[in-house]
Design a protein around this ligand. Structure first.
Ligand code: SF4
Ligand code: FES
Length: 333
């Protein structure tokens, strides 16, 4: 095995395999120092380098050549060098640049979070919350598109698309034939409606899971619930097409939607087939494993506090009685 290289990100040092990107090195450290990534997706070959949200500052190139890199670099596309020093949240320059990237991404993206099914799971929503500014400097007309139904299960809102290419890679790498791509260049670019032809494929539903915004949504879930009111549960079934490992999103007894299991970076652990996603929405179809652990920072966790009575409360009937409504409510969510 080749010798590991040392990289320091925001003052934290980690040893990684040569060839690791700065972004993946940061992911190995974890926490707030991990740059946001809207287009990179570790399971999709060739992804990354499109959105620029992952920009970082390389303040020391390597042990051999300590000169800093002259410009901010895309961390998903830049490999680490031994002795490299990187700044992400500790660099005011990076934070300023990220604000600019968010401003550009929001030029055409409508702020329709109150009616968008992706709200609560949208990376752009999180980024605009952290880096967005209240006003826009853009004075021209925004691009608008009609919604396109891609079969009866998926809908494309091109107006919300940030052209990250993830769905293109899904169509390219998970489906048999390439029928979907980005047409046009620059501000005329758009996801080709040829995507409609990809619906016959068993894995086309994964475009919904990889889309970082609400451009590709699940029509079977449309307007059914805000995601933070639903209860995510891990489950599996024997599936001849995929691994059958999913997250079921419940409202009461009803399974509102089925998705792949997403990790802390919003990436699915395994891609799932359309039968698991769209056709298998009864609890009896699944072996339930238990509640899905969602990052406590996510809005999805906001209604899922575990209301386990503290020992001090349990020992005191008066306190148990006083908190009864809260405990009852928590057990029903
Ligand atoms: S539709 Fe979604 S996944 Fe596809 S390019 Fe646009 S933002 Fe990315
Ligand atoms: S995640 Fe690196 S450029 Fe998009």
């Amino acid at each position: 095995m080749s010798e590991k290289v040392k990289v320091t990100i925001d003052g934290i040092t980690v040893d990684v395999e040569p060839g690791t990107s700065i972004l993946n090195a940061a992911r190995q450290i974890g926490g707030d120092i991990v740059p946001p990534a809207m287009c990179y997706y570790s399971k999709l070959e060739g992804s990354g380098g499109k959105c620029r949200t992952c920009l970082v500052k390389v303040s020391k190139g390597s042990e051999k050549d300590p000169r800093p890199m002259p410009k901010l670099v895309a961390s998903c596309r830049t490999g680490v060098m031994d002795g490299m020093e990187v700044q992400n949240i500790t660099s005011p320059e990076v934070i300023e640049a990220r604000k600019g990237v968010v401003e550009i991404l929001l030029i055409n993206h409508p702020l329709d979070c109150p009616v968008c099914d992706q709200a609560g799971e949208c990376h752009l929503q999180d980024l605009s919350y952290e880096h967005g500014v209240a006003n826009t400097r853009y004075e021209f007309e925004r691009r608008t598109f009609d919604r396109i139904d891609i079969g009866d299960k998926i809908q494309l809102h091109m107006t919300r698309c940030i052209l990250c290419y993830r769905c293109v890679y899904v169509a390219d790498q998970l489906t048999d034939s390439r029928q979907h791509g980005i047409l046009g260049r620059g501000d005329a670019s758009e996801i080709s409606t040829y995507i409609e032809k990809a619906i016959d494929n068993d894995f086309s539903g994964n475009v919904i899971d990889v889309c970082p915004v609400g451009a590709l949504t699940d029509r079977t879930f449309r307007f059914k619930n805000r995601v933070w009111f639903s209860k995510p549960v891990d489950a599996h079934r024997h599936c001849p097409t995929c691994k059958g490992k999913v997250t079921l999103w419940y409202k009461g007894e009803e399974v509102l939607r089925v998705t792949g299991r997403k990790d802390e970076f919003g990436e699915v652990e395994d891609f799932i087939c359309n039968t698991c996603r769209f056709e298998t929405k009864n609890t009896k179809d699944w072996v339930i494993e238990g509640p899905r652990q969602i990052s406590h920072k996510s809005v999805i966790s906001s209604n899922h506090y575990e209301m386990v009575p503290l020992p001090v409360i349990k020992q005191n009937p008066a306190l148990m009685e006083a908190n009864k409504i809260e405990f009852d409510r928590a057990s029903k969510i």
